[in-house]
Design a protein around this ligand. Structure first.
Ligand code: NAP
Length: 284
């Protein structure tokens, strides 16, 4: 295989952003291991060829992650790019979301990323090269209405990714956190999104209005997932890829606003921040 033909390992590739990343990588001449919790659905969306295979991988199961990586290695002998994409949104007012639903959300969005990364890293360390894309969200850097649990998982993905980047840099492995704005996929469709049951009347108006907003955006989002796929291919070619990549004009706008507000607050409270410094330790 030509050295610059990369092998991609993508989770949640049955539809949406994961599928479009797989298609973009193939169009660029790379090879793809497209994984999903229903390998048949992945194969239907992206038929097997010499350059693409579909594999079974429910990211909540660490054993499936190990098996899928072993099968990928058997097929292509290397993994150059990992895309931790599988995920869904558990929305709803915090008090209305049961603990089981919270655990499921963390199992997929955070623990799934950890399981697959753990399975792939030994391969990348051996090659002393690799690039990991972790799908976060603008909700990984700022809070949204009725998104406390989803945002908690994505903030966690960002914290993990930032620290991982420090650990794996010596092995020439890059980490990029991808922060999409609103992209036109099934994300807000009832096949994917989950809303809490209405249970607490105090929240009723607020929850209904915000849920109505999200539902109204279903399949009407501005972002084009095919273009996001192409952007990740472009980033995979960078010698020094960014730690964070905000995808979409909306992402750029939301994140700029959030960072500016944080800087302003930091500055407003600087005096009180510094007020807690202890006295200097005197030399013995
Ligand atoms: N679209 C957006 O606006 C947006 C914005 C910010 C961030 N994101 C993030 O981008 C990623 C992809 O979302 P999308 O927009 O492409 O959503 P989508 O169209 O709903 O696709 C989600 C994908 O994740 C897969 N998946 C869910 N749970 C899984 C599991 N346990 N194991 C393996 N695969 C699993 C789904 O597989 P099945 O077909 O088997 O259900 C599907 O392939 C997610 O991490 C999401 O949080 C999306």
């Amino acid at each position: 295989m030509a050295k610059d033909r990369k092998v991609w390992f993508i989770t949640g590739a049955s539809r949406g952003i994961g599928l479009d990343i797989a298609k973009a990588a193939l169009s660029a001449g790379d090879r793809v291991v497209a994984t999903g919790r229903d390998a048949g659905a992945v194969k239907t969306a992206l038929p097997d060829t010499d350059d693409a295979i579909a594999l079974q991988l429910d990211v909540t199961d660490p054993k499936q992650a190990t098996t899928a990586v072993a099968e990928a290695m058997e097929q292509f002998g290397r993994i150059d790019v990992l895309v931790n994409n599988a995920g869904y949104g558990q929305l709803g007012v915090f008090e209305e979301i049961g603990h089981d639903a919270i655990l499921r959300q963390f199992d997929t969005n955070l623990h799934g990323t950890l399981h697959v990364t753990r399975a792939v890293l030994p391969v990348m360390r051996r090659n002393t090269s690799g690039h990991i894309f972790n799908l976060s969200s603008i909700g990984g850097a700022l809070g949204f209405d009725i998104a406390s649990i989803y945002c908690a998982t994505k903030f966690a993905v960002e914290g993990f990714s930032e620290c991982l980047a420090l650990e794996v840099k010596p092995f020439n492995i890059g980490v990029t956190i991808v922060q999409p704005g609103f992209f036109r996929t099934d994300f807000l469709d009832e096949r994917s999104i989950r809303f809490s049951e209405r249970a607490i009347s105090d929240y009723a108006d607020y929850a209904q209005a915000t849920q109505g907003f999200y539902t109204s955006q279903n399949h009407a989002q501005a972002g084009d997932p095919a273009k996001l796929g192409a952007a990740l291919v472009r980033l995979s070619r960078e010698k020094t890829p960014p730690l964070r990549y905000a995808a979409g004009s909306d992402a750029h706008e939301y994140l700029s606003g959030a960072y500016e507000a944080r800087m302003a607050e930091l500055s407003d409270w600087q005096k009180l921040s510094k007020s807690t410094d202890g006295a200097a330790v005197s030399a013995a």
